[in-house]
Write a protein that binds this ligand. Structure first.
Ligand code: GUN
Length: 280
């Protein structure tokens, strides 16, 4: 029987800590402000943005919302980012992805000032992470580290295997585990014998975007399994990249979907917003 890592409870604890800190800052006249930009009407993005604004409200962070039509030009979007970069009363800028087809996502993300890049996607922040300097860290992998730490799971010296090499999750995840002194292996679609590698993991982080891909045959007895995936199945239920029913009996700890990594992403976004106005 695995311990179930409760991301909902842990994210709430993180948000409550942030709320206490923002209240303290408010008494000194300091407020964090996040500008959220959504281009187009992608329904999933609309839900994400709504949840981000709700979390801001809960945490005592001011949010400004920019909802632009799908046919907004890249130039107009860059102008808005430039204006927000210059505004002293805006501390964080988030452009919800994906952007409508035809927009150059890299160009748009690169236009956000690294000092306001609360998503941690700007090359400057990615570079800082890779050399162990302070900067904004991508929220989902940062959330995974919090889940492990707050569940008293030791990372130092452990075999950590990350499945997936995306810029948003896999790569920063590997950097963060390395920073915590894990021995890190990154697997991807060209990995020759995936099972052989994942079975070595004491801590297995899965972010491949394939529903229920990882079953018990990929997992060492007693491993900690973190599932970053989220998919809606035909019956309307949510599932992750891990086949939970198969893996749970062999793991020592596991994140459920929903209620595992998901809630941590927004909690860490709030953390990044708070750190945009204070040091610790
Ligand atoms: N779309 C899906 N995940 C994310 C995220 O973490 N940040 C942004 N900006 N867009 C996303």
């Amino acid at each position: 029987m695995a311990k179930i890592i409760d991301g909902k409870a842990i994210s709430l604890a993180v948000k409550d800590e942030i709320k206490a800190k923002t209240a303290e800052l408010a008494s000194k006249g300091i407020t964090a402000t996040l500008a959220v930009i959504l281009v187009g009407e992608d329904p999933a993005s609309q839900v994400y943005v709504k949840n981000k604004k709700k979390a801001c409200e809960y945490c005592g962070i001011r949010s400004l919302s920019y909802e632009l039509p799908a046919d907004t030009s890249e130039e107009k979007l860059l102008e808005l980012i430039d204006e927000l970069n210059k505004r002293d009363d805006v501390n964080g800028i988030l452009v919800q992805l994906p952007l409508p087809k035809g927009m150059d996502e890299d160009k748009v993300l690169d236009a956000i000032s690294p000092d306001k890049d609360v998503d941690g996607f700007h090359p400057v922040n990615v570079g800082k992470l890779s050399i162990g300097k302070k900067g904004f860290v991508s929220c989902t992998p940062a959330g995974v580290i919090q889940l492990l730490k707050r569940s008293d799971i030791e990372i130092s010296g452990k075999e950590c295997v990350v499945v997936g090499r995306s810029n948003i999750v896999g790569k920063p995840m590997s950097m963060l585990l390395l920073k915590e002194n894990g021995t890190v292996t990154v697997c991807h679609s060209r990995t020759k014998d995936l099972k052989e590698v994942t079975k070595r993991a004491d801590i297995l982080v899965v972010a491949i975007g394939k529903p229920k891909f990882i079953d018990a045959s990929y997992v060492k007895d007693g491993a900690v399994v973190i599932d970053v995936g989220i998919h809606r199945m035909e019956d309307g239920k949510l599932c992750g990249d891990v086949d939970y029913a198969s893996v749970e009996p062999v793991a020592s700890a596991i994140t459920p979907v929903p209620g595992g990594v998901g809630p941590m992403t927004i909690a860490m976004l709030m953390y990044n917003c708070l750190s945009s106005v204070c040091e610790d």
